[in-house]
Design a protein around this ligand. Sequence first.
Ligand code: UT7
Length: 370
Amino acid sequence: MKYSAITGWGKCLPPAVLTNADLATFIDTDDEWISSRTGMKERRIAHVEASDLAHVAAVRALAAANRDAKDLDLIIFGSCTGDNIVPNSASRVQHLLGADSVAAMDLNTACTSGLYALSVASAMIKAGSAKRVLVIGAEKTSSVLDWVNRNVAVLFGDGAAALVVEASDTQQGLLGESLGCYAEARDSLFIQNYGGAFTNNPFCQATSWDFDGQDIFKRAVAGMVGASNQVLDDMGLSVADIDLVVPHQANSRIIDAVGRKLGVPTDRVFVNVERYGNMSAATVLVALVEAIEQGYVRAFSKILLPAFGAGLTWNSHLVQWGDRITPLAISDIELPPCDETALELIAPYLTQQRRQLQSQIESVQQADLR
Ligand code: UT7
């Protein structure tokens, strides 16, 4: 049987940092609320597009695997905030990498997209239709976030990570996964004015979010725990066999609840939510890259990757690491310099959304007067 080994890994975080104190300068919130309810302290805001973040992460991942972009058979761009819908963002990454004529597809299951991309890559490798795949999780959530809504503005950030996945004869890589979707709750996270249903609509305005945080919280815990137990059952393993859990980083309280329900000791759960917030599709892949860099992943570690996202999609992936935990080479690629602060970068979005909110308030007031 063929396996799908992870041979390269890389991340890219944009340099501009948006702190809880920064958020408190324009919405009614404070560091105490955000830290205690979410575990988040700061997040990154991109000065470039999601595909630019993905490109840098990809070059770093290819260096770690010591592979050329031309050796790839497929690029999968997991994201819900790609630069464009047509053409897709994977084709831009292919172009930036100079990986001429390599197949390039976008995949959107919101926050789980990076891991669903890993599933597709692995399945195609095992089926023999690809030998080497670049899996990307990349998001520029700042461009669609509802910056005037404190329920969501504090939760998200930008970033990207990439994995090189290759055919292998030794048992490693993605061994199994459990995937699913609570579609009955798809309205719990709905971005208005974003997508084909809205484009060219005469009423199309700035994005605004319908968001039921408590519903998502409960379903996230149920989905991640259920999927984790399912994949362990399928593989004939127990929690005691798992060396590390790298969960989706949407809220430290969700992570704690998942760890508790699964019975995993906290020192086997990787957490970086305090530094990046929820980067949607990039989250678990960035966390996995940092877990490798910080020595949490060891040779042959068994790693569980549970996540959830809008849809509401859920998953848990079981990865067996190979024998190499160091990159074969390191690229010196960097993003172009950023000369704006995070607050300056989000100012245009905020201005537009404030204007829209104000005109909505005025219309309601005028209707009341009539
Ligand atoms: O990847 C998918 C993305 N979705 C998620 O990750 C969401 C998962 N859900 C959550 O993480 C949590 O439900 C939240 C962090 C969103 C909210 O935490 P909570 O403990 O469920 O708070 P809550 O919704 O019960 O709100 C409690 C209070 C409310 O005030 P009242 O009604 O009790 O007076 C909110 O208005 O906190 C208020 N609140 C805030 N206060 C200060 C909500 N957001 C903020 C804020 N700053 N940013």
